[in-house]
Design a protein around this ligand. Structure first.
Ligand code: FES
Length: 115
């Protein structure tokens, strides 16, 4: 089943930053959005190294210190922001699961999430 959920407004997304969301009230963030120069991208908050591991060590800490890669705090895997492909760490070549998003006319980021 695919659900469309509103995550936040573009104005709430930090420039070159990331935010995590719990759209299904699971008690943890399961989707995150990263701001990029080409617009926001979204992924499931699951590391491909161990498929049920959440990436950040604290809320919204999805990016490395240079803010140029997505990072998994568990074992240091780094992922390209625009593709989600792991380029460093224990799961090189594997990818985060992308979440299709679109921007509504009112600026809200709408995600299509398959459950
Ligand atoms: S669980 Fe993410 S790098 Fe190991």
């Amino acid at each position: 089943m695919t659900n469309t959920v509103s995550l936040c407004n573009l104005s709430e997304l930090p420039r070159n930053g990331a935010l995590g969301f719990d759209p299904f009230n699971e008690g943890r963030d399961t989707v995150f959005v990263v701001d990029t120069i080409h617009g926001p991208v979204a992924y499931r908050d699951l590391c491909p190294h161990y498929g049920s591991t959440s990436l950040p060590w604290r809320k919204n800490a999805y990016l490395n210190s240079a803010a140029d890669k997505i990072i998994c705090a568990a074992h240091g895997a780094e992922f390209q922001i625009n593709t989600g492909v792991c380029v460093s760490g224990p799961c090189v070549g594997q990818s985060l699961t992308p979440v299709p998003i679109k921007i509504a006319e009112d600026g809200f980021i709408l995600a299509s999430i398959h459950q």
